[in-house]
Design a protein around this ligand. Structure first.
Ligand code: G1P
Length: 279
């Protein structure tokens, strides 16, 4: 059973400055809901109810978002606006949220290792909120699809999608043996390779299921690409000594770490989700 989900959210979001000067990038709204809340909702739909956040300086708004605002609730009690808080109130009532700080920015692998005390000795999910995923007609969200696979295979799993060759340098890229449609057993993975060094065009996107032995591996993982401790490197060790799967998920993902992806996601949600629910 996957019960816990970790959100590494210490990054500065420099691409969105000045918007992110005093506000965490994860609080930027896609229409009327912060990016991070979509990620949490996706995880709850996968049956996960315990959340851990690896935060940093300037991220207080994240803790406040997942806590009750009594003043605000009091102010709008009995008005039609109460309804607008229903989704977050529901999350607060039915889940737990714990926070720890990464006091040095040493890469995604280091951020995940920092979350160890929130996870313990359990398999867990990781969501990078920048990668905003919608079902787009699929039955389940990406994490629910991955939890389903985990229950079958009991090993670490990364979500992947095909990207154009000229974009592979932005991602962890895998090579693998096909097991069945859309499912690979990883044989190699490289963090942010140049197009000519990439083992394929199958890029890792920000959804992982990790078995807890990843923490011991991360403890001895030395800095890799860009001098950072990379989860990709730790996963490669896991793949070599055991098994790591890569799963080409059903649905659609937007790169909300970039302005273009963020605007596309906003338009998508406005047309396909917001307008329909507002009717
Ligand atoms: C991280 C990972 C990378 C992965 C990407 C997905 O990179 O290191 O392997 O492909 O997330 O979004 P980042 O985007 O944090 O630089």
């Amino acid at each position: 059973m996957i019960k816990k989900c970790l959100f590494p959210v210490a990054g500065y979001g420099t691409r969105f400055l000045p918007a992110t000067k005093a506000m965490p990038k994860e609080i930027l709204p896609i229409v009327n809901k912060p990016l991070v809340q979509y990620g949490v909702e996706e995880a709850t739909e996968a049956g996960i109810h315990e959340f851990g956040f690896v935060t940093g300086r300037g991220k207080r708004a994240l803790e406040d978002h997942f806590d009750i605002s009594y003043e605000l609730e009091n102010q709008i009690a009995g008005t039609g606006k109460e309804e607008l808080l229903a989704s977050i109130r529901d999350l607060i009532n039915n889940n737990t949220f714990a926070f720890t700080r990464q006091n040095e920015m040493k890469g995604l692998g280091h951020a995940i290792l920092t979350g160890r005390n929130l996870i313990g000795d359990n398999p867990f999910a990781v969501v990078l909120a920048d990668d905003f995923c919608v079902t787009d007609g699929a039955k389940d969200g990406v994490l629910a699809q991955m939890v389903h696979l985990y229950n079958q295979f009991r090993c670490s799993i990364v979500a992947i999608e095909e990207v154009p060759k000229e974009e592979v340098h932005k991602y962890g890229v895998i090579a693998g043996e096909s097991m069945k449609d859309g499912l690979y057993r990883i044989t190699d993975m490289v963090e942010k390779p140049s197009a000519d060094k990439a083992p394929s065009n199958l890029a890792i996107i920000g959804r992982y299921i990790l078995t807890p032995d990843i923490f011991e591996i991360l403890e001895r993982t030395t800095p890799g690409k860009n001098g950072e401790i990379q989860i990709t490197d730790a996963l490669l060790e896991q793949a070599r000594t055991g098994c790591v799967l890569a799963y080409q998920f059903k649905g659609r993902r937007f790169d909300c770490g970039s302005i273009d992806g963020f605007v596309e996601a906003t338009n998508y949600v406005y047309e396909n989700i917001y307008k329909k629910s507002a009717k």
